[in-house]
Design a protein around this ligand. Structure first.
Ligand SMILES: Nc1ncnc2c1ncn2[C@@H]1O[C@H](COP(=O)(O)OP(=O)(O)OP(=O)(O)O)[C@@H](O)[C@H]1O
Ligand SMILES: [Mg+2]
Length: 252
């Protein structure tokens, strides 16, 4: 190995940039063939290191987010869900709403793509460098109840505020008792104007009182959620059943 090669490998280790060691020779060959300047070569080596670092950072953030499956916005079929405004969804994919601590609420019947869109938005955010965490409404309440029992609810809420995006799936599938409703309210109010929430629900806002057992708590919560929010009302029949042909039982 040449002295230069040894030095490059030593420096790459010292910089904790081991991918430079993997790529500099191959890029050196391309530079010689294509007649790149020294500056162009250095830019290519550093550029590859940064691109690979970002890709592995994104993969780590996506794993850490605990999505229930890898659904992307690119896979979403807008022809099947005309109620979802393509431009709005594309805008949400840019993550600008996160900078403004805006929320997103996805409402609609079962199988209309609420979780799919929520995860797709979350994956975009994670790719853009943001910390994201996914759970169901029940999952969030369980987590907060545990923190509350340990006397550490404020610390838990502060920790969660460091996530740019929390996804709360399935608000409304399981009604909350009063303690759970209060914990959920604290989550919403702790993030209000600080950091974003994406929420999904099969129930229109007018029915959230049934979920939280109290119309006053529900309306205070909705007020905070929708003050700065995009609300998407998905419609139609379940995508899960789209290819199912109805077969009538044979008359005996
Ligand atoms: N428009 C769509 N394009 C592509 N896939 C879709 C679309 N809508 C739904 N799906 C797929 O159908 C399945 C059900 O969608 P999803 O889980 O998002 O529904 P949901 O609205 O969250 O329903 P639920 O209220 O039952 O949780 C998923 O596999 C999802 O990827
Ligand atoms: Mg769902």
């Amino acid at each position: 190995m040449s002295e230069a090669a040894k030095s490059i490998e030593y420096y790459a280790r010292a910089l904790r940039a081991p991918r430079i060691t993997d790529g500099y020779r191959d890029l050196g060959d391309r530079a010689r063939e294509a007649g790149w300047s020294h500056e162009e070569y250095l830019a290519a080596v550093l550029g590859r290191e940064v691109a690979e670092r970002e890709a592995s950072g994104a993969a780590l953030r996506i794993r850490a987010a605990r999505f229930p499956g890898a659904k992307t916005l690119e896979e979403f079929n807008f022809d099947h869900q005309p109620a979802a405004d393509r431009n709005l969804v594309a805008h949400l994919g840019t993550g600008v709403f996160l900078e403004e601590a805006r929320n997103v609420v996805l409402l609609g019947p079962p199988g209309t793509g609420k979780t799919h869109l929520a995860v797709g938005i979350g994956i975009k955010a994670a790719r853009a460098g943001h910390r994201v965490l996914f759970d169901t409404a029940t999952g969030w309440v369980t987590r907060l109840a545990e923190a509350h029992e340990r006397g550490r609810l404020p610390q838990e809420l502060a920790k969660l505020r460091r996530y740019k995006l929390l996804i709360v799936d399935e608000v409304g599938y399981i009604p909350f008792d009063q303690d759970s409703a209060n914990l959920f309210f604290q989550l919403v109010s702790s993030r209000y104007e600080h950091a974003s929430l994406v929420l999904t629900s099969n129930l229109a806002f007018s029915r959230w009182g049934e979920v939280f057992g109290d119309a006053t708590v529900a309306s205070a919560m909705i007020d905070r959620i929708v003050h700065h929010a995009e609300v998407l009302n998905l419609t139609g029949s379940s995508y899960r059943l789209r290819n199912r042909t109805t077969t009538r039982p044979q008359a005996q």
